[in-house]
Ligand binder design. Sequence first.
Ligand SMILES: [Zn+2]
Length: 435
Amino acid sequence: MTTIYSARWVVPVSATPIENGAVAIAGERIAGVGPQAEIVERFPEFRVEQLGDAVILPGLVNTHTHLELTAMRGYLENEETDFFAWLRKLTRARLELMTVDDIRVSATWGACEAVRAGITSVADASDAASMSMMALRDVGLRGVVYQESFGPDARLAQDNFEKLKTKVHELRGLESELVRVGVSPHAPYTVCGPQLEMIAGFASDEALPLMMHAAESDAEDMLLRKGCGAFAEGLARREIEWKAPGVSTIQYLKQVGVLDVHPLLAHCIRVDDHDIETLINTGSSVAHCPKSNAKLGHGRAPFAKFLQAGLAVGFGSDSVASNNTCDILEEARFATLTARAGGAHITAAHALRVATFGGELSEGAPADLAAVSITGTHQLPNYDPCSTLIFASSGRDVILTVIAGREVYRDGRVSNVDEDRLRARLLEISRRLNG
Ligand SMILES: [Zn+2]
């Protein structure tokens, strides 16, 4: 397909905003970006789509999601002060109350929410990765689905690792040009050291991307540094032996080889300057999840320090069970404002770079883009497109999402799935979860 999208503003992110700009798309790639008159002249045979008073920007990237948990939006509010109880209720609902098809519906609804919010790529951690991969494929969303692995008991490490390997080899068959498989050892407090070592080695051998939760809670920090606290007590109750390494999460992950495979680490709240340096030196990336961190009372990650140090960082919504929306523009605003509240001045343009995580509108780049309407009462007047996007817009203002050259969301409709059927199924699932 050959199309030119033109709008009041084009924000390439890698270059300065273009007023009355246009983006030409040929197949799955961007063919040209520039002033509308210039682009139309350069590609005279392309169909021209006028989006009017809108901003075209690179697709937003959600660097940490659990789309399969979308049915649990608002389901865990009463457990939020007790992270242990929160995890327990979530795990029980997923494993005992939801069928395989429920999980797929839940993940697909989450994928719809993502593309409606201008998100074109996700890093999704999933226990039922085949369902999440199908959800991404059905909606047309790009992403890596990381098959989760659990197992705090070293005696079961080999068994758990073999199970993960089998699952990943099966998941390879579901890969497509847009959807890839990865591995996700859940967290340092749910996966023992030997299992982390095996998974890191496997990721290295098979060139699999790896994502995991890291340095999220006080309980995790206490477990690793001193072997005490809520997680330590939980392991002791289950008669699982745990020897504290006596270091921070990041240094521990380095010791067990996880940082050798350039992981994507979600949260990273409890990290000091030395940890940040370690993350940079190992080529690790961070998924900054400020709303989830705040909602669960886990604290604030040193976002401004990440940026100053040059660490690769993107925004993650985490699951909507702890957010409660999958909206990267909203995440970006919250991150920017909380960083400013802490005394660091982050600009809207800088926040937009993080929100698009290396994406750009430039010739030859993948044709992943979003268009945000800027005609809302809450957006007018507007003087600068970046500031309108970050400080006055949300995912609900998105009017078009294009992934690999294909329109997956346009004018209120997700193109490839029956949202009415999904909505009815989702409500049915929620009634069941509510008992
Ligand atoms: Zn998470």
